[in-house]
Structures are given as structure tokens and as C-alpha cells.
Design a protein around this ligand. Structure first.
Ligand SMILES: [Zn+2]
Length: 328
């Protein structure tokens, strides 16, 4: 087995973190930190575990370094109570903007996850049913939560690594043929901040609506799957969030690439608010530019006359600061 150098200088001491052992060894959970640097993220978890109530066993980054925080085999606080109780190891990948650093980080992340899976008798299979290696996004979809890391939030938008690529690498490793690992140059996002693409609609196309909530006859032949539209505003029409695509024409969010999610559209990130409109201070580091969050249409709420999308029980994001919301 590959030997890994683990830096334990930021590990939680006896008496810090959860004292509960895991109930079973079902999952290895993969996360990303949402901000740059492994040491500072590990340090943050070490210093703040008691108040921030989030930490994992290992954080990888800074050019392939591994920092331990929580103890493996004991519960971490990373993915909700059920998954925490059944995951002997959860691993966060720290972000970087440097390609050489990323290559080392990603290779270590994959190999270390595989090694821990083998150690705990967990299959090196990503996001299938049953035991295995799981992305936090899989956990959100299948068990609990609303995070989309690490693929949708970081690996794909920053480095072009798809879910399929990660699954392939977790299954096969990077030491074997290694050929699957071809990170693309960092994307200076060619993301258009005001464009949505229709998807998931019927083959005959989706209807456009006017602001009074009436169907615009014949518009479905225009709004067919795979076509992209400039949107400059989001509002509720018939109680559903819709993108304005021309003067008085709107298309439902649920038939676009933003269905069930929001993508933050604010260079400096955006602070969430609670249902009373009070800011969650410093949450903009979490709700960073281009990060994606699960948000269902029925969680929309007008707060202080602003349409907001729900991202957790009492956290809402102003629709203006999402793709297609109008922020330029
Ligand atoms: Zn996560």
C-alpha cells in the first residue's frame, strides 16, 4: 500500500470533537473546502470545532499534503448525523488556483480515498447504491443536506473534472494507467452570468409565459431543450420562479439548467439572509461566486420585497445574486 505522510500538528486532541465511534464502515465521504489552502482550513477546524460544529478527519491540499483533524473511526461533523455515524473517514479537498498544486492535490485525494476505502473494507465505487465512496452531493440527494461538493462546486467548474472522471479515478486509481487524469487549464469561467439553458422539458418545447401568468401561444416551438437564453431578471409568475427572456416573456426555472439549484452570481460571494431578512454575517465565504446550491422552487420566499431562494432551513439567497438574476 502506498505510504502517506500525514501532518498531525492540527489534529484534535483527546477531549476535542466527537467521542462517538462510528456505528459501521459504510462510506468514505468526499468534500471540498470552498476556499483555498489546506493548512488554514485544517487550522480553522481545529480552532473552531466547538462553535462551528464542522470538521472532518482529513484535509488535503497545499500540493498534496494531508492534514488530520478528527480521528478516523470516530464520527466527524461533515455530512449529517446518519452519514457521520457510518463514515469512518471524510476527506476535504482544499481549493487552489495553481495547476501544479492542483495536480498533486487531486492525485493524493483520489489515492488517499482509495487507500482508506480499502482499509475499512469499503468498495472503491463512487456514488452508486450501497456502501462505497460518496460525494457530499450524493449524500445531499440521497440522505440529507444541500451541499453539491466536490464535483459541481469545484472540480468541474475549476478543473474540468466530471463526475464520470472522478468515478473512474476512484475505481482505478491514478497509479495504474493514469491516463484518465487530464486536468484542463483553470477555467476563467466562460460562464455567462445571464444565460440559462433549457433542459428537462418535453420534446415539443416549453411554453413561455407573460407576467400575468398566461401562456404565450406557440412559444414552445422556440423554447426547446438545449437552447440558451439571456435572462436579466427572475420573478414569480404563477407562484413559480421564472427567468425574464424578453420584455414580457418568462420561462420557468424548473425547465432550465438551474432546475433545483441556484448558482451564485456575485464575485465577492453573497451573504445569506434569514426569513426575517437579517444577514448571516460572513456567510459570503460559503456562498462564493459560482458555487451551486440545492434550492427547490417551493422554497422561494419574498423577503423585504426581494425574491429569495432557500438554501437551508433558515438561509435564503437574494435571487438577484444568482445566474440570470440580473447582477452583472
Ligand atoms: Zn461537503
Amino acid at each position: 500500500m502506498t505510504e502517506f505522510n500525514i501532518d498531525t500538528s492540527l489534529a484534535l486532541s483527546d477531549g476535542e470533537g466527537s467521542s462517538k465511534r462510528v456505528d459501521s464502515n459504510k462510506y468514505i465521504v468526499l468534500h471540498e473546502t470552498t476556499n483555498n489552502g489546506a493548512w488554514n482550513n485544517a487550522h480553522n477546524e481545529k480552532v473552531n470545532w466547538a462553535t462551528q460544529e464542522a470538521y472532518v478527519q482529513y484535509i488535503i491540499g497545499d500540493g498534496g499534503k494531508i492534514y488530520s483533524v478528527g480521528s478516523e473511526g470516530y464520527q466527524a461533523w461533515g455530512a449529517g448525523s446518519y452519514v457521520n455515524a457510518n463514515s469512518p473517514v471524510q476527506i476535504e479537498l482544499a481549493r487552489t488556483d495553481d495547476e501544479a498544486t492542483f495536480k498533486k492535490d487531486y492525485a493524493t485525494y483520489v489515492e488517499f480515498a482509495r487507500s482508506k476505502a480499502k482499509q475499512f473494507g469499503i468498495p472503491c465505487v463512487l456514488d452508486e447504491s450501497g456502501n462505497g465512496v460518496k460525494t457530499h452531493y450524493w449524500v445531499s440527494k440521497n440522505i440529507w443536506g444541500n451541499h453539491t461538493d466536490p464535483v459541481q462546486s469545484y472540480l468541474l467548474p475549476h478543473w474540468g473534472i466530471t463526475q464520470e472522471q472522478l468515478a473512474h479515478d476512484i475505481a482505478n486509481g491514478l497509479d495504474g494507467d493514469g491516463s484518465s487524469f487530464k486536468p484542463v487549464t483553470p477555467i476563467t469561467p466562460q460562464v455567462s452570468r445571464d444565460v440559462v439553458t433549457i433542459q428537462g422539458g418535453p420534446a415539443t418545447g416549453i411554453a413561455g409565459w407573460n407576467s400575468k401568468g398566461e401562456i404565450i401561444k406557440g412559444s414552445n416551438s422556440t423554447f426547446v431543450n438545449g437552447t440558451s437564453w439571456k435572462a436579466n431578471h427572475i420573478q414569480l409568475v404563477n407562484g413559480l420562479p421564472m427567468y425574464q427572456v424578453s420584455t414580457d416573456e418568462f420561462i420557468p426555472k424548473k425547465y432550465t439548467d438551474q432546475a433545483g439549484i441556484i448558482t451564485i452570481n456575485a464575485i465577492a460571494g453573497v451573504d445569506a439572509v434569514n426569513s426575517k431578512g437579517e444577514k448571516w454575517n460572513n456567510s459570503s465565504t460559503t456562498f462564493s461566486d459560482m458555487s451551486k446550491w440545492q434550492s427547490l422552487d417551493n422554497g422561494c420566499k419574498v423577503i423585504n420585497n426581494r425574491l429569495c431562494f432557500q438554501v437551508s432551513t433558515d438561509q435564503f439567497i437574494d435571487a438577484f445574486y444568482t445566474i440570470g438574476g440580473g447582477n452583472k
